[in-house]
Ligand binder design. Structure first.
Ligand code: UDP
Length: 336
């Protein structure tokens, strides 16, 4: 298969590219390096079947050319990370909505399959746990920037399904829950790499709010496996799928687990949300996926345990720090 990945220098995109190459597919990636990085694909550059373009997913001629030349497009390019989203709401809305329009418009020319990456954020403040794909979404007010992300991704989903119904474009929608693993950076606010870096430096581990809020962290390897299986399942077309782990942990519990795994002396401190993000910031207390639809259609559900995930992330942060201390570029040598 020829697979085109938008956002292919990002965290999930680079893992997907790696897996596709391993199984003999050809991969083209497009990335504007806004949150993605060349380091993420450094180990893939030069491999047979791999090519990359640095450019924007809003560039219609470029995206059209790349969608046309592929069998499948996986659209991962998006503004991500709660911190970034709260700080740059215009960028978030414009990037997320326009890029998806461009990709779907290009795919409509030759009815090419598009996988549109969405997010568990679309469930918003819903408390009906576990979240099922067909349940109502419950977003907060427009005065809170956080919900702009959920809304922009929900619009992406509507747009994708509209392209299928009106123009016959085959689409699959994947709602990724908290996906973590090697190569994810804490720079955009993601909790696990941030905690791992703090623990390894013996700095205070910053738990926002009470720390009683919980999440389910899924390994990126499992997220990629789910995505690959969906891509080759005809009955997945026109459907929305949760992809994530169902092992729930409180953020305070996560901080303790990371501290233990890192052998750290860090203290764990509670930081009010208003200090961490902005006044009036709304968090959700729980977020757990129902993955029975994914399992029913593909026979697969993410199973990597939190122990393994935390260990992988701590080791990844450790090797990044060692590489940075040696003036080298993380991953290039470690991942070959
Ligand atoms: N969080 C935290 N400390 C941090 C970063 C995040 O306590 O340094 C919390 C955050 O408030 C949320 C949870 O960890 O309750 C997960 O945050 P993340 O941004 O990773 O993902 P989200 O689930 O919010 O999309």
């Amino acid at each position: 298969m020829n697979v085109f990945i938008t956002g292919g220098c990002g965290f999930i995109g680079s893992h997907l590219a790696e897996r596709l190459l391993e199984r003999g597919d050809r991969v083209q990636v497009l990335d504007d390096l806004s949150t993605g990085s060349m380091q993420n694909i450094a180990h893939l550059v030069g491999r047979p079947g791999f090519s990359y373009r640095i450019g924007s997913a809003l560039d219609v001629p470029l995206v059209t050319e790349l969608v046309d030349s592929a069998d499948v497009t996986v659209h991962l390019a998006a503004a991500v990370g709660v911190k970034l989203i709260v700080e740059k709401p215009v960028h978030t809305i414009e990037t997320n909505v326009r890029a998806t329009e461009v990709v779907l418009g290009a795919a409509a020319r030759k009815q090419k399959l598009v996988v549109v990456a969405s997010t568990s954020e679309v469930y918003g403040k819903s408390t009906s746990i576990p979240f099922r794909e067909d349940q109502d979404l419950q977003l907060g007010p427009t005065s809170h920037s956080r919900w702009a992300y959920a809304c922009s991704k929900a619009l992406d989903e509507w747009l994708a399904l509209a392209y299928l119904r009106e123009k016959g474009v085959p689409v699959i929608i994947t709602r990724f829950f908290n996906t973590v693993g090697p190569r994810q950076t804490g720079q955009y606010g993601m909790v696990l790499p941030s905690f791992a870096a703090q623990a390894l430096r013996n700095e205070p581990i910053t738990v926002y709010g009470s720390g009683e809020q919980s999440r389910c962290f899924g390994h990126v390897r499992d997220a990629v496996e789910g995505l690959l299986r969906l891509m080759s399942t005809p009955t997945a077309i026109g459907e929305v799928f949760n992809i994530g782990s169902t092992q729930e942990v409180s953020i305070l519990g996560l901080a303790e687990q990371v501290r233990d795994a890192a052998g750290s002396r860090s203290e764990i401190i509670l930081v009010p949300y208003g200090e961490a993000y902005a006044a009036g910031f709304e968090d959700m207390m729980r977020r757990v996926p129902d993955v029975s639809k994914l399992e029913g259609v593909t026979g697969f559900r993410p199973r990597t345990s939190l122990d393994v995930i935390v260990r992988d992330v701590v080791e990844d942060q450790r090797s990044r720090m060692a590489a940075a201390a040696n003036g080298g570029v993380p991953f290039m040598s470690a991942r070959r």
